[in-house]
Write a protein that binds this ligand. Sequence first.
Ligand code: G4P
Length: 532
Amino acid sequence: MDSETARRNHRDEVDRRRTFAIISHPDAGKTTLTEKLLLKGGAIHEAGEIKARKANRHARSDWMSMEQERGISVTSSVMQFKHRGFALNLLDTPGHRDFSEDTYRVLTAVDSVIMVLDVASGVEEQTRKLMEVCRLRDIPIITFVNKLDRFGLPPLEILSDIEETLALETVPLSWPIGMGDRFRGTYNLYEDELHLFSHADMQGEHERLAIDSLDDERLDDILGEQADELRFDIELVREAGDSLNLERYRDGIQTPVFFGSALSNFGVGDMLDTFVDIAPPPQPRPTTTRTVDPNEEAFSGVVFKIQANMDPRHHDRMAFVRVCSGQFERGMTVTHSQSGDTMRLNNATAFMAQDREGVERAWPGDIIGIMNHGTLKIGDSLCAGDPVEFTGVPSFAPEHFRKVHLEDPFRAKHLGKGLTQLSEEGAIQVFRPLRGNDYILGAVGELQFDVVLARLEDEYNVDARLSGVNYTCCRWIEGDPTIVEAYESDEISNLFRDASGALAYLGLSTWRLERMMEDWPELNFKKTKEHV
Ligand code: G4P
């Protein structure tokens, strides 16, 4: 193949990829939607497979069963499927019980997001938090308002909730006709097409009907009195609303909105068709020195997640690497940018819907898993060409805190080693006060504490206990060294260093944090911290 053809092939592979995540509050329907997407893409063949995995995950009650489930969670963490010639990589963000820093980090590896809302609840807490993370990189978002087969909030109220709570412009691309018992389907605003819902047929292909205009009398025949309601709504939406602007969507300012029912597979295809058309392909990624384009010839990738191996006796772990440029081939030699060492990537894993397969090749946007013994850390970069260090896979300020107590003081060294390794893996954040020897753990989700305790015992033979502390917020401190020094001596009792040595303030309340920020206006109180 000549180099021009190779370049064109590469560009085609990049252009047809869509790497994304689904975000939602628990129970809004993320698992159900995932399942419908995978069924459509032929990645699973039976309804219920993804739900069963979720049930398994929730049923586990102790660390050992979590261990057994790990194999499953590794394989389901990246699901690849096809739709109309596009190759889609869906990255799983764990649900409520598993809510952790991993959830946030996955969002640093995607190019766009589908946000699922329950029509009965609108924007909920966890969606709001995940959106904050999407904002850091202005990730484009398509919204799917779910469960229209049930009664919920009026569609206009949902739209204004999104606009007000999430500060996103909304552009409905489909509009629901009734809801609950009166749900008759949706009206596709761009194609002027009626999509009819049948309560009797929850899984089948739904009838579509092209309509010349809203005055078409067939609307009255089919929808009865609901035809006029639809006309009224559409007129209102068309007059008051914005129209789709691709640039504003890609800049994360505007969100196209679809209404449907994932459970009955209604509206899912409509959304997916638009998704592959407008969602961005793999995007250029920033490094400390320059921006790397996915069409560059040399392979590069960034580690965004680490997962410990299933067997706790071996300290090997799986690094999830997003390919950022070039082409990955098994066995290739790369430079680990952070250490300067070279590595041969013999045992890389591609993530498919059900099982692991030895990867032969992977393209920008794809995810590969690399087994290693602790060489690779979160945020690390691998490059076949000139080494670069990718940015944009940060640590997120923890919101939950615990103090560590050691039962046997002779195990202190092991505790230190265990906590260092677990923090490198991104399982937990570890802080030590400027004055004193305590270990304070910080997490985004409470479950992280259970995992750390169990792993300290299993893998490091350390029997530790955690107690509550009154901290509620954390910020990393940056600024002019002389001001930082003055700040350190004034506020020493509130200051800590994390595992990488970065200075952090742990606050007892957001009110105190705000006061602190007012008192030290020259300092940066950062909610995220880059790993580089
Ligand atoms: P999650 O991953 O976001 O947590 O949500 P999940 O898909 O598990 O859905 C949560 C519940 O909502 C499930 O019910 C699911 O069947 C239901 N659901 C999802 N989409 C729709 C929809 O479009 N319409 C209706 N009416 N329900 C929907 P469950 O009772 O918790 O589980 P199951 O017993 O049905 O499996």
